[in-house]
Design a protein around this ligand. Structure first.
Ligand SMILES: [Zn+2]
Ligand SMILES: [Zn+2]
Length: 152
């Protein structure tokens, strides 16, 4: 197994982070962890994991096709979790997923999650306007460099 930093920017190795969930050895213990693992699955083009973690009530026949299209056309750059609220078996996670574009593309979403028989599922989300990025802030890709010297 080749080691590499987990795409969810946890600063852990993939195999000790989202890889554990992707391989089915563990299930997410929080909606935020599930959200992170779904982002990593987008980066690593793991369609079956994205389908398995989407709540059955929200699955559509063309999901796999749409995921393929998104994966073919989007280069993800980074993830930022803004908020995470959990109440019993319901949760909301607000995040920004950044992708390559000019200027940097942002998927800013507040997502709803639901837990069934101990397992978290993604339900749906509301899109929000892009957040302001400062050119002197650290880069959204997690490199530790300033945005203007990296993906800015
Ligand atoms: Zn991870
Ligand atoms: Zn960068």
């Amino acid at each position: 197994m080749k080691n590499f930093p987990c795409p969810c920017q946890s600063h852990s190795d993939y195999h000790a982070c989202c890889g554990l969930l992707h391989q089915g050895g563990q299930t997410a213990t929080s909606a935020e962890q599930l959200m992170r693992s779904r982002y990593s699955a987008y980066v690593l083009k793991n369609i079956s994991y994205l389908q398995a973690t989407l709540h059955p009530s929200h699955q559509q026949p063309d999901d796999a096709f749409n995921l393929q299209q998104t994966m073919a056309t989007t280069q993800w750059l980074g993830l930022s979790i803004i908020d995470h609220v959990e109440k019993g078996d319901q949760a909301e996670v607000e995040f920004v997923a950044f992708y390559s574009d000019h200027p940097i593309g942002q998927l800013h979403e507040r997502s709803r999650f639901s837990r069934q028989q101990g397992q978290w599922f993604y339900m749906e989300g509301d899109f929000l306007p892009p957040i302001k990025l400062g050119r002197n802030d650290s880069c959204i890709c997690g490199s530790g460099k300033k945005l203007k010297r990296c993906h800015g």
